[in-house]
Design a protein around this ligand. Structure first.
Ligand code: ADP
Ligand code: MG
Length: 685
C-alpha cells in the first residue's frame, strides 16, 4: 500500500464509511496517519466514591440499587437511577442510549467510567461508560487514543483503520543520522505509531517531540527558501507616496501614535522602493493596525492599482468593509470597495467577479473567497492579510500571486517575543506597533465564582445605564448531553432576559448561525442597537466596538489563558474604563489561581507561558494554547524552546549545504520536494 492510496483500500472501509472520513478531510492513508488523537483516555484502577476526585474521568465499581426510570423528553431519551459502593451512593443519568435499558440491571455490579460531580452534597455521575470486569481489565493501564469524530463514525472504526494503515506503510527516514543523533529523536515510523498507540506517557511525549521537530523543520527551511526567492524581487507595481494618504492622516479624529507613524513610513518606504514589499505588522490588540492597512490600500489605489484585504472571518471582513466605506464617505476618499465572502449568492458572485476583472472596484475586501481560483484581479498591486496567524504561508503566497507578485502586507496580534517572530515570520520584514493610543486606560480584571454573578449583573446594568455595551462569553452554543453543565449561549440568553429588565436589549451570536444572520447581529451591536451580546468565542478575532466596556466570561476555567487574553482584547478599545470579569465554574483553587495570572499581566506571551507552567506536563492536550500558525501538533508557546533550537539547526544545515545536494541530505531534499511544492508552497501548512 502507498501513502497516497485512498482509505477505501483498507479492509472494513466501504463507500459509506469512507464518506464519513472525507467529512473530516481524511482521504488518503497519509491523511489518516496524520489524524492524531485529540486526547488519550487512561483507564486507571477503579476507586471508591469516597476518594474519587471530582470533575475528571474516574472509574468506579458500582452496584445498581434499583430499576432505572426511562423518560422521553422531546427527542431525548433519559434514564436515571442510583448505584452504590461501600462508601456511598451516587445518582446516575444516561442520555440517548435506549439500548442501555436492556443492559443495566438492578442488583448487578459494573465498572462505570465518567466524571463525578457533587451537587448539594449528592454525588452524580452523568452518562458513564459501562464495562464488565473482563472488558475493563484488558484496558487497564493503557492509553487509548480519542479522535475527533463526526456523526456516524466511531472511535473504534478510526482506531482499526489507523492500525491497518500503520502496519501497511513503511515510513522512510529522511533526516540525516547526525541530526537524529544530536536531537535524540525517535524514528518517524516509531513516532507515528506511538502518537496513536503509546505504551505510556513518556513514549507519547517522545513521539510528539519527533513530529513537532519535523513540522517546525519543514516550516523553517521552507521559509528560508521563500525568503531567498522573494528577496530583492523587482516589483511590477512601483508607487510614490501620495497626497491623499497624508491628507487622510491629517483629517483623522485622532493623531496617529509615534509607533503608528513609524510603521506607516516603513510600509510606504517599501511600497515606493521599487522592490516587492514583504512585511508583517505586529502589534497588540487595540494598537491600531487597521488604519495602517487602510493607508497602504490608499497608497496603492491612488497610484492607480487595485488592492485587496483578507480577513479570517466573515464578521471581521464585513466590519473592515463598513469601516472603509464610512471613511470613504466622510473624507471623500477615492476608494471603490466591494465585499466578497463565501455567503455572497452565486449569481451575485459572478457579477462581482466580472466587475473585479474589469477594474470597477479598486479595493476588494473579503475572506478566503478572495483567493479562490475564479477570482481574477485587475492590476492587483497590494494584498493585505489581517490576523495572519489564522492563515498559512501557502495562502499568503497564493494571494500575492493573484497579482504579478503583489506587494504583501500581513498583520498579527499574536503575542510573541521578537526572537520568535523572526523565526516564525522568517521571510518577512517586521514592523512593530509597540504603543497603544494615549486615550486607553488599562482594563480592570477580576476572577470570581458563580455566586458573584448577581453582583456582576448589577454592575453590568450600571454600565448599560451609562450607554455602554457588554459581551458575555459562554463556552457552548446550546445545551447538549455532553456539555457537562457548561453555560451555553442560547439558554443563557433566555435566563438573562428573564433576570434583567425588559428595557435591556439582549441578543446572541455563535458560529453555527448563518453568516448573514451573524452579520446582522454584529452590525446591530456596533450600531448600539444591542446592549448585551451573549456570544461564543466567534467574536475573538479582530472585532472592534469601542463602546463595549464590559466582558464577562462564563466557565473561564475552560479556556486557555492565551485565548482569554485575546478575548479581552475586544474591550478597552475606547477612552472609557473597561472591565473584564472571569467567572470560574469550579471553586477549585488551582483553576482560580491559574485565572488570576490574567489579573496581574497584560503580556500575552508571559500569560501563555505561566499557564503552561501551572498546568504541568500532565495536561499536554488541555494546554494547546492557540492553534496559531496552523501547525498540526506544534504549539508556538509550548514548543518555543524547541522552535529556537530547530531554527539554529536549519541555519547550520543550510550553511553547510545550501542546495542540499550532498548525499546525506538527499532524503531531506526529496521530503521537502514532496511536502513543499516547488520548495515554496508546502503541504504541511
Ligand atoms: P487592532 O490593532 O487590534 O486591529 P484597531 O485597528 O481595530 O486595532 O483599532 C482599535 C481602535 O482604536 C479603533 O476604534 C481605532 O479607530 C482606534 N485608534 C486607532 N489608532 C488610534 C489612535 N492613534 N488614537 C486613538 N484611537 C485610535
Ligand atoms: Mg485588528
Amino acid at each position: 500500500m502507498n501513502y497516497m492510496d485512498n482509505i477505501i483500500t483498507l479492509k472494513g472501509i466501504g463507500d459509506k464509511t469512507a464518506k464519513l472520513f472525507y467529512k473530516l478531510n481524511i482521504y488518503t492513508l497519509h491523511d489518516l496517519l496524520y489524524h492524531f488523537p485529540r486526547d488519550y483516555e487512561v483507564y486507571d484502577t477503579p476507586v471508591n466514591l469516597a476518594i474519587a476526585p471530582l470533575d475528571v474521568p474516574v472509574t468506579l465499581r458500582l452496584t445498581v440499587t434499583g430499576n432505572f426510570v426511562w423518560k422521553k423528553i422531546r427527542s431525548l431519551t433519559i434514564g436515571s437511577g442510583f448505584a452504590q459502593d461501600d462508601t456511598g451512593k451516587v445518582s446516575i443519568v444516561f442520555f440517548n442510549v435506549p439500548y442501555m435499558k436492556n443492559i443495566i440491571k438492578a442488583g448487578e455490579t459494573y465498572l462505570m467510567r465518567g466524571k463525578l460531580k457533587k451537587e448539594n452534597n449528592h454525588w452524580k455521575l452523568e452518562h458513564p461508560k459501562i464495562f464488565s470486569e473482563e472488558e475493563y481489565s484488558q484496558k487497564t493501564g493503557t492509553m487509548q487514543p480519542c479522535y475527533s469524530l463526526t456523526a456516524g463514525l466511531t472511535n473504534n472504526t478510526v482506531i482499526k483503520a489507523i492500525r491497518q494503515a500503520i502496519s501497511a506503510i513503511c515510513e522512510e527516514e529522511y533526516l540525516p543520522a547526525e541530526l537524529i543523533e544530536k536531537y535524540q529523536l525517535v524514528s518517524r515510523s516509531c513516532a507515528i505509531r506511538d502518537m496513536h498507540f503509546p505504551s505510556d506517557y513518556e513514549h507519547m511525549l517522545l513521539a510528539r517531540r519527533r513530529l513537532v521537530f519535523d513540522e517546525f523543520f519543514t516550516f523553517i527551511i521552507s521559509l528560508r527558501k521563500l525568503k531567498e526567492y522573494n528577496e530583492d524581487a523587482v516589483s511590477s507595481y512601483p508607487m510614490i507616496e501620495t497626497a491623499e494618504t497624508l491628507r487622510l492622516i491629517e483629517s483623522l479624529p485622532y493623531k496617529l501614535t509615534d509607533a503608528q507613524m513609524r510603521v506607516y513610513h516603513e510600509v510606504t518606504d517599501d511600497l515606493t522602493s521599487g522592490k516587492c514589499m514583504n512585511r508583517l505588522i505586529q502589534g497588540d490588540v487595540g494598537s491600531g493596525k487597521t488604519i495602517l492597512a487602510f493607508l497602504a490600500l490608499l497608497t496603492a489605489i491612488t497610484n492607480g492599482y487595485q488592492s485587496a484585504l483578507m480577513a479570517p472571518t466573515e464578521i471581521l471582513a464585513t466590519q473592515h468593509y463598513e469601516q472603509l466605506r464610512m471613511l470613504t464617505a466622510k473624507y471623500k476618499l477615492p476608494f471603490k470597495p466591494v465585499l466578497l465572502t463565501g455567503s455572497v449568492s452565486t449569481a451575485n458572485k459572478k457579477k462581482i467577479y466580472t466587475e473585479i476583472e474589469a477594474g470597477t472596484y479598486n479595493v476588494i475586501i473579503g475572506t478566503h473567497a478572495l483567493i479562490q481560483e475564479n477570482v481574477i484581479y485587475n492590476d492587483l498591486a497590494l494584498v493585505v492579510t489581517d490576523e495572519q496567524h489564522r492563515f498559512g504561508v501557502m495562502q499568503r503566497e497564493i494571494f500575492s500571486k493573484k497579482g504579478d507578485k503583489a506587494h504583501v502586507l500581513v498583520m498579527s496580534a499574536t503575542p510573541i517575543p521578537r526572537t520568535l517572530a523572526i523565526i516564525l515570520y522568517g521571510d518577512l520584514n517586521i514592523s512593530v506597533v509597540d504603543e497603544l493610543p494615549a486615550n486607553r486606560l488599562p482594563i480592570k480584571n477580576c476572577v470570581v465564582g458563580t455566586d458573584y454573578r448577581k453582583k456582576a449583573y448589577g454592575f453590568i446594568m450600571s454600565e448599560v445605564a451609562k450607554g455602554h455595551q457588554v459581551y458575555i462569553i459562554c463556552p457552548m452554543v446550546e445545551e447538549s448531553e455532553l456539555s457537562g453543565g457548561l453555560e451555553n449561549v442560547i439558554d443563557y440568553t433566555d435566563k438573562l432576559k428573564a433576570t434583567l429588565p425588559e428595557s435591556v436589549r439582549i441578543s446572541y451570536l455563535h458560529g453555527k448561525m448563518r453568516p448573514a444572520e451573524k452579520n446582522r447581529i454584529m452590525t446591530a451591536f456596533s450600531d448600539r442597537d444591542i446592549d448585551i451580546l451573549v456570544s461564543t468565542t466567534v467574536i475573538e478575532v479582530g472585532i472592534n466596538v469601542p463602546n463595549a466596556t464590559v466582558m464577562m466570561v462564563e466557565n473561564a476555567e475552560r479556556f486557555g489563558l492565551a485565548q482569554l487574553h485575546q478575548l479581552r482584547g475586544r474591550i478597552g478599545r475606547g477612552d472609557a474604563q473597561s472591565y473584564c470579569i472571569f467567572v470560574s465554574g469550579t471553586d477549585n483553587t488551582k483553576s482560580m489561581d491559574r485565572l488570576k495570572i490574567l489579573n496581574h499581566s497584560n503580556d500575552g506571551f508571559y500569560i501563555a507561558q505561566e499557564d503552561l507552567k501551572m498546568r504541568g506536563p500532565g495536561d499536554l492536550f488541555g494546554i494547546r494554547q492557540s492553534g496559531d500558525m496552523n501547525f498540526k501538533l506544534a504549539d508556538i508557546y509550548y514548543d518555543s524552546k524547541l522552535l529556537q533550537e530547530i531554527s539554529q539547526s536549519v541555519d547550520d544545515v543550510l550553511k553547510e549545504d545550501r542546495e542540499l545536494c550532498t548525499s546525506k541530505y538527499s532524503g531531506l531534499k526529496v521530503h521537502l520536494e514532496q511536502n513543499a511544492v516547488n520548495f515554496i508552497d508546502f503541504k504541511s501548512i
